[in-house]
Design a binder for this molecule. Sequence first.
Ligand SMILES: Nc1ncnc2c1ncn2[C@@H]1O[C@H](COP(=O)(O)OP(=O)(O)OP(=O)(O)O)[C@@H](O)[C@H]1O
Ligand SMILES: [Zn+2]
Length: 712
Amino acid sequence: MDCAGCVAKVTRAVERLPGVSEVEVNLMAERLSAALAPGTASAETVTREVTALGYAATPLSETAAAAAADDGHSHGHAHGQDDPADQGRPWWRTGKAKLVWLLGGLVGAAYLLSLLLPERLTYPLFLASTAVALVPFGRRALALARAGSPFSIETLMCTAGIGAAVIGAAEEAAIVVLLFALGELLENVAAGRARAGIRALAGLMPRTALRLHADGTTEPVTPERLAVGDLVLARPGDRVPCDGVIEEGRSALDESPVTGESVPVARGPGDAVVAGSINADGALRIRVTRAAADNTIARIIRMVEDATASRAPTQRFIERFSAWWTPGAMAVSLLVILLSPPLLGWDWWTSLYRGLAVLLIACPCALVISVPAAMASGLSAGARRGLLVKGGAALEAIGATQTIAFDKTGTLTEGRPRVTDLLPAAGRSAEELLGLAAGVEQGSAHPLAKAILAAAGERGLTPPPAREQTAIPGRAVTALVAGRRISIGSPRHAGEAGTALGPVAEALAGLEGAGKTVVVVLADDALLGLIAMRDEPRGDAATGITALAGLGVRSVMLTGDNARTGGAIAAGLGLAVKAELLPDDKLREIAALRQAGPVAMVGDGINDAPALAAASVGIAMGGGTDVALETADAAVLKDRVTGVAELVALSRATMANIRQNVAVAVGLKGLFLVTTLAGITGLWPAILADTGATVLVTLNALRLLRWKPELG
Ligand SMILES: Nc1ncnc2c1ncn2[C@@H]1O[C@H](COP(=O)(O)OP(=O)(O)OP(=O)(O)O)[C@@H](O)[C@H]1O
Ligand SMILES: [Zn+2]
């Protein structure tokens, strides 16, 4: 039921290439089968996977792509497979629909005629309808068998159809194939819905952009024609046509297309804006920073589509399961046919008939579709609310986490510390302290450095030039300023450098107890003073942590800040804390937490990429930055801690949906297996149960598209 056939074909083509090692071929095959969802093998996906292996534009990648393009789409997966020829057509005009119309017409005509004509005259009509349907199914079954999967849903269907016709149940055979074709069609329609859910994001792009020329005139163009570096005008009420940076103007922007958060945010010169956001009140001149095909919305759509194609562990399990399920089902039905006459005394016709019905009931398609359908809906529902998850595996893992570790700066807090207190040592001035500190911090991108530079700027101080700047990550920065070695760092670092902090210990403890981060400024190891800064917790941080606790998830704050400051902030938010962690300690801490169960790590994706990678699931938080989108397994595009709890809720809703689907699929089959063997129901109720289960499961999955976070 997977793309084993397709992968096998590509692999065989590549194997024939001279100079390609077996290891390479195996590696590629492994990657391909992991990456391809049923029915998605196309030349592009193959090329992408092969390129990811580092074989771009080599004979290997070209051969693989050619093999996939050759008949990547004709390999059959009974349900949910798209024919490229059907793209852009309304559902009632697709190839699958045509088959249903044709069959429906034939079977309907046969029934009408059977009211007037004797059976021996209408019987051939039913036979003909069955034959019409068996041609496409049979072709797909053969293609699959040639590609190495003889036991497909198609094989099952053909065996049952031919068998029924042979034992004289042509009327039922015709209904069986009609219902099967109908099931496929309905499922395709539903799958299209799920895709439309995410495609709808693209509809939020404006159709025209106003390009600004140097002479001040504007020219309407389609956003696709904007080039990086162009200047565009967004009038009040317009949708922003591109990802870009504001050059001129201020406005409130509703960024809900990307973040799912419709409260407008104030943006001004120098701020980044994303395509699709609504410009509420001011005219903006925006410099284009990304081409249309590459903008945030386009990339989100691509990521969700890729995510839908990658498989979750549950899905892999179900696929492995179906690989032996179908041959097993055929064996069981054969046993029923062979053993029931001697053991149960059924006549041959009854045993054949019931054996064939068992075969139909055994069709695993409802089970096979249950996971991908729910995952696709869950991923789309999330993306529309600014919760981006990069695949079923991540979506499954998020809800299973028992502990979530949060980075402090920029994640639980705003990430914009401000200087609150300056405590110069005896005989020093506040200006001297701040000025020298600003000199050292000039080269640093640390949030604390920005705070110190901003404070110096506010007081009109020009930072003195500094040389030989060096950073000791997680501890301090030092530089030569005005001939002296100035260092700014944590109190712990100062203590280790041998500076006696005794005289300021009390003041230090008081500031830290108030949740302020205090840095010690030293000049040639002598105390120059203390600078205290405070980074406000995010407005919704406490709510987010409480919501997680309500979901039974434990939260821990990991910080490089000192224990008292971290403790004060954590106490205010109601979570545990591990403080004074050096960057490596954070990784060790995550590894330790993982001993007890799956751990998610939430960071801003900028300096904590290693920690995000070390966790079972890495979640980036932040307004759609590149890093956030690329590095983590999931991203909360709105800057809100509650988004993390929403992710957990979404994951659990999706997994619950999958469990319902599996229960429906297995339950219906079990029920009809019993009634079939007992002789209560026959062939067409059996296929109705199969089609019904498939449709129910898909419809249930679609309910997820309307998912809304409800956090208590
Ligand atoms: N550029 C710097 N200027 C001043 N102090 C610094 C600098 N870099 C590091 N420090 C000191 O080292 C400590 C830990 O820094 P680190 O970067 O590991 O943590 P953080 O990013 O501030 O906090 P968190 O780990 O919560 O994100 C800081 O609290 C500060 O005392
Ligand atoms: Zn089926």
